[in-house]
Design a protein around this ligand. Structure first.
Ligand code: AMP
Ligand code: MG
Length: 429
């Protein structure tokens, strides 16, 4: 049996994050299809195999004309419209065969290639077509009551890109436009950073599954589900493994098996120094322990180490302490492996609605809180009344963590405080 009381000193939140991130590498790359790439970070530059578009086309429904015809026409006005003979009719996807001679026009739809000889498009709304309808106008006359601008309503070949141009760069996140750009550039598959596989292991002899009715002294295991949800939200693949009872050997076996096919292992419970808390001794006994106490509340009892090259984070058992610990220490690590470079959630400064009357607190507080914006645009924040780390309801009602830096409590109503936004992504401005 390994020494039970092998703890580190208390480490600051900033140092804990640094230690965790220092042991995290970029995930290996994988080749995926466009929809699988959505929301992920490119591991390669993406270039186009063609000019986009690869032909000049019409931006409007109207008539393709030769600008030169107008300059030769003398005065053109509503009273003296310029008449052209319509020699054809094309929509997107078809090509006008042959050239367009002087004095002629082609009825053209948005996206159709400009017929040879034409260089300008006049919108359908701006002309008069002989007869009652503009449909099948070949042979009819179109009257244009003004001189258009040369090149009007024409989109030039290569406006978006030339063949060989890089349109998306390694390190960029594929968004909505990116998904379309991948398609338009002919890239059905591309390299992105693989989603890390996160093993989630709850520890505690008192735990029963969601489908079971807890007996005396038992509780349902909620951490596995909120931790898995947090892992998925961070971009990881979440694998819930069987619950482990409070035994050194059982936890050691579970961790040694989980590290074989996972990129991270996250446990919850057993992270403090109670008689049945084993994550610290197991990490120390089978790998390297970096810390097991972080100067934050909730979430003081957090263990971080490496076993067989795989990072292990031991979160506290109390549900909202586990969720806050994940947010502060593991979410940035998961995003780093995915290729994100923005690892800090946005912080909004807000007016404290009511005073925080806690006694002086030497730890960094992360209070579950609700941030709102008044009609005048001013942000105001109120901590949830019950800050027990055993409760999930207060976190469910929160959209931020109100940060109270070490030693700054109590705080009076009206103070300006920092709110770590849980409702918006890192890198949002
Ligand atoms: P521990 O860190 O193991 O001392 O657990 C602290 C508190 O969190 C105890 O009240 C546990 O019963 C509770 N707890 C531990 N694991 C879970 C879990 N997976 N789901 C819900 N509550 C838990
Ligand atoms: Mg326990």
């Amino acid at each position: 049996m390994t020494d039970r009381y092998t703890t580190s000193g208390l480490i600051s939140v900033e140092d804990a994050r640094k230690v965790v991130l220092a042991h995290i590498d970029l995930a290996p790359v994988e080749r995926v299809g466009i929809l699988d790439s959505f929301g992920r970070i490119l591991a390669q530059d993406i270039s186009s195999d063609i000019d986009i578009k690869s032909f000049d086309d019409s931006a409007m429904d109207g008539f393709a004309v030769r600008y030169g015809d107008f300059s030769a026409a003398g005065e053109v006005s509503l009273a003296r419209p310029f008449s052209l003979t319509v020699v054809g009719h094309i929509g997107a996807g078809s090509v006008f065969e042959g050239g367009v001679a002087p004095g002629c026009a082609v009825r053209i739809m948005t996206g159709a290639p400009l017929p040879e000889g034409t260089d300008t498009v006049v919108k359908i709304e701006d002309v008069q077509v002989e007869g009652t309808s503009a449909e099948n106008p070949a042979g009819k006359t179109v009257r244009v009551p003004f001189v258009p601008e040369q090149g009007a309503n024409v989109r030039l070949r290569g406006e978006e890109a030339r063949a060989g141009d890089v349109l998306l760069h390694k390190g960029e996140r594929i968004g909505i436009a990116g998904a379309g750009l991948l398609a338009t550039t002919g890239n059905a598959e591309m390299l992105v950073y693989r989603r890390p596989r996160v093993a989630i292991i709850a520890t505690g002899t008192e735990l029963v599954d969601v489908t079971q009715m807890p007996g005396p002294g038992q509780i349902r295991n909620s951490n596995n589900y909120s931790i898995a949800a947090a892992a998925i939200a961070a971009g990881a693949e979440a694998h819930i493994l069987p619950v482990v009872g409070d035994s050194y050997e059982a936890l050691a076996d579970a961790l040694l098996s989980a590290v074989k096919d996972h990129d991270f292992v996250v446990t919850s419970g057993g992270a403090a120094e109670g008689d049945f808390d084993f994550i610290t001794p197991v990490v120390r006994g089978h790998g390297e322990l970096f810390f097991n106490k972080v100067n934050m509340k909730p979430g003081k009892a957090q263990t971080f180490g490496i076993i067989e090259g795989v990072p292990i984070l031991g979160l506290p058992g109390n549900p909202s302490a586990a969720a806050v610990g994940f947010e502060i220490l593991l979410r940035p690590a998961i995003r780093k492996t995915l290729g994100y470079t923005q690892l800090d959630r946005p912080v909004t400064r807000a007016i404290l609605k009511e005073g925080i009357h806690k006694k002086q607190e030497t730890r960094r507080l992360y209070l579950r809180a609700r941030l709102e914006r008044d009609d005048d645009g001013q942000y105001r924040v109120a901590p949830q009344p019950n800050q027990s780390s055993a409760l999930l309801g207060a976190l469910q009602l929160s959209n931020c963590l109100l940060i109270v830096r070490e030693g700054l409590c109590p705080l009076a109503a009206g103070a300006i405080v920092e709110c770590l936004r849980l409702d918006i992504e890192e890198g949002t401005i």
